[in-house]
Write a protein that binds this ligand. Structure first.
Ligand code: APR
Length: 178
């Protein structure tokens, strides 16, 4: 059974099998954790993302639709892989945001499982630029990861990485962290 851990810090420094990026559907970088990951990874990561985007340029929902996940190498990052997922923009909660946010966590875990990865670190997807309320997002994150572990037996360690103090305090309320 996987161990769920909580930490406050910079996800780009983690030497885990996969770190998850809160990307946008174009996969061509941005600010927030997306910007931090690309900055630390170097141009190789953007080049690989560009290749994925080019190969999917005819897709109406963009290179990576909201809720889906794609995987790339790490560039210069210490992790083995980067899983890019696209969280929902918060429009008040009646546009399917909760389900799409849950999909980000579940699809990232399924992709990690499929690639034989055992440790994965998540940022607080959608809670920055995309404006998702932090407490609601935290609850979806923890509940979805717990619910997905039965179908991802290969996952041994899940780390929730909070960059800001507010998210860290919110996550600390969920007792089941190893
Ligand atoms: N390590 C871990 N978490 C980080 C880091 C970091 N180095 N930098 C920022 N964060 C946190 C933010 O504090 C926030 O809690 O990541 C969380 C997600 O915020 P954003 O990065 O703004 O992501 P999101 O809200 O999903 O918006 C995605 O922003 O950067 C663009 O290209 C991205 O268009 C996409 C959108």
């Amino acid at each position: 059974m996987a161990v769920l851990e909580l930490m406050q810090g910079d996800i780009t420094r983690l030497k885990v099998d996969a770190i998850v990026n809160a990307a946008n559907s174009k996969l061509l970088g941005g600010g927030g954790v997306d910007g931090a990951i690309h900055q630390a990874a170097g141009p190789e990561l953007l080049a690989e993302c560009r290749r994925i985007a080019e190969s999917r340029k005819d897709h109406p929902a963009g290179a990576c639709p909201t809720g889906k996940a794609v995987i790339t190498g790490p560039g210069r990052l210490p992790c083995k892989k980067v899983i890019h997922t696209v969280g929902p923009v918060w429009y008040g909660g009646a546009q399917g945001e909760p389900g799409l946010l849950a999909d980000c966590y579940r699809n990232s875990l399924l992709l990690a499982q499929e690639r034989g990865l055992e440790s994965i670190a998540f940022p607080n997807i959608s809670t920055g630029v995309y404006g998702y309320p932090k407490a609601a997002a935290a609850e979806i994150a923890v509940k979805t990861v717990n619910a997905s572990l039965a179908e991802t037996p290969g996952i041994k360690q899940v780390i929730f990485v909070c960059y800001d103090q507010e998210n860290y305090e919110i996550y600390k309320h969920f007792a089941d962290f190893g």
